[in-house]
Design a protein around this ligand. Structure first.
Ligand code: HAM
Length: 423
């Protein structure tokens, strides 16, 4: 028997109601803030991600699903969406005549990580980007949207952590300071951090090894080394969040796993997830568009993991559509069952009733097997059609919620349902 690949999951019909409700709520929240949906391909050239996320990051070094296509081009299943969105923004000149492009997308991402609770190899994100302005109010709004999604879905104890990671001006000198410090602590660092000291020193802050954490207690922090512009920007973001009543904690060691960030960086955690408790994260990436060959374009965004949201969201109560099930009990009543169900469906379409489904099951050999199917489908009504019913041109309707039986002439069936379903 074939099985799903490691770290990948099937979402069965019972689960899909929760996902649809979650996605509908998110679509609604982000569109209230003026964001428009964009969809980009799942596959991109590997180089796009290497250049955006950074060749020295864990994602690019170890976690990408990459392969060569028939023409010898290296392709990668997207590990995140920001690079693709900026590629699309540049390719379609979306910024021409539009100083602020606000877009979002939802869909699967792929990272070859070690699976655990809340961590998968195929996972889904809501990814949102505001492209074009460096104004700190944009940062505030983007963070507000993220917090609103947490509120709308009922994420328990959402906590916002905020930092600034500086920019092209102040980060290089800070990086030098950090590297000097880390080299002086080499004997206390794990092999991975010794390597990172030279390739991606800021990532050392994310190491879980105790001796590394202990060695970092006196490490210089970027937040103490920001240039005046970055500091001003950070102060304005903090003031804006405070103004909106959005609580945050400053986390001076928050560095994020992707290299494109400048200035504002943030993460939100929720309770009930165990060690993988980040429900979302993001930040500013003012240099990315230029890195990808475009003009200098400030931008900021975030992504949230939908699996993690689904695991802990308290406000998801999907209701199934009211199911009316036609059950012809003999082969000679299938035709009439088909006609009657078709007529009812026609009316459901005509009145645009979203919450009604009309089902027909032709596999029932007996009332017992028919009711087994009805039970599986969580039907509200069954319409039993045997030869007796056909002869009398009357359907036997059973309301499975109260157990009552009704006999209704074929000609009145549709109006009978509309009367009862509405009440
Ligand atoms: P990220 O922090 O790599 O950021 O991912 C965002 C969120 O995706 C995480 O907080 C987590 O909830 C979820 N996530 C990440 N990896 C996994 C996984 N293996 N399994 C399940 N969930 C996962 C980004 O992806 C950036 N592109 C965000 C961004 C947008 N920055 C600016 N704009």
């Amino acid at each position: 028997m074939f099985k799903t690949l490691k770290g990948m999951q099937d979402f069965l019909p019972e689960e899909m109601g929760f996902w649809k409700e979650m996605e509908t709520k998110i679509h609604r929240i982000v569109s209230i803030y003026g964001y428009q949906e964009i969809r980009t391909p799942l596959l991109e050239e590997t180089e796009l991600f290497a250049r955006s996320i950074g060749a020295s990051t864990d994602v690019v070094e170890m976690e990408m699903f990459s392969f060569e296509d028939q023409g010898g081009t290296s392709m990668t299943l997207r590990p995140e969406a920001t690079a693709s969105v900026i590629r699309a923004y540049l390719e379609h000149h979306m910024g021409h005549g539009n100083p602020l492009v606000k877009v979002y997308c939802m869909g699967p991402m792929f990272r070859h990580e070690r699976p655990q609770k809340g961590r998968f190899r195929q996972f889904h994100q809501i990814n949102l980007e505001a492209i074009g302005l460096s104004d700190p109010w944009v940062d505030v709004e983007v963070i507000e949207v993220l917090m609103k999604i947490c509120e709308g879905l009922g994420i328990p104890e959402p906590k916002l952590f905020l930092n600034s990671v500086g920019d092209r001006k102040c980060r290089p000198s800070y990086r030098e300071k950090l590297v000097t410090y880390l080299r002086s602590k080499k004997d206390n660092l794990c092999q991975n951090c010794i390597r990172r000291t030279e390739t991606n020193p800021l990532r050392v802050f994310d190491c879980k090894v105790e001796s590394c954490q202990a060695a970092l207690t006196k490490a210089p922090l970027i937040i103490d080394d920001l240039c005046s512009e970055c500091l001003k920007h950070f102060e304005q973001v903090k003031a804006g969040l405070t103004e909106l009543g959005i609580h945050f904690d400053i986390h001076p060691r928050l560095v994020r796993g992707l290299n494109y960030y400048t200035r504002t960086a943030f993460e939100v955690t929720g309770s009930g997830l165990g060690s993988q408790n980040a429900v979302g994260g993001g930040g500013r990436y003012d240099g990315l568009a230029q890195e990808l060959g475009g003009e200098e374009t400030p931008a900021i965004g975030f992504a949230m993991g939908l699996e993690r949201l689904r695991l802990i969201a308290k406000n998801l109560n999907p209701s199934l559509p009211l199911n009316i099930l036609f059950l012809p009990l003999e082969s000679n009543t299938v035709l009439i069952a088909q006609k009657l169900s078709q007529e009812l469906r026609k009316q459901v379409f005509a009145q645009d009733l979203q919450k009604i489904s009309v089902d027909l099951y032709t596999g029932s050999q007996s009332v017992k097997s028919a009711l087994r199917y009805a039970n599986k489908k969580d039907s509200h009504y069954t319409v039993l059609l045997g030869s007796e019913e056909e002869k009398r041109k009357i359907a036997s309707i059973k309301d499975l919620r109260d157990g009552k039986q009704h006999e209704v002439p074929f000609s009145e069936l549709t109006s009978w349902f509309f009367k009862h379903v509405k009440s």
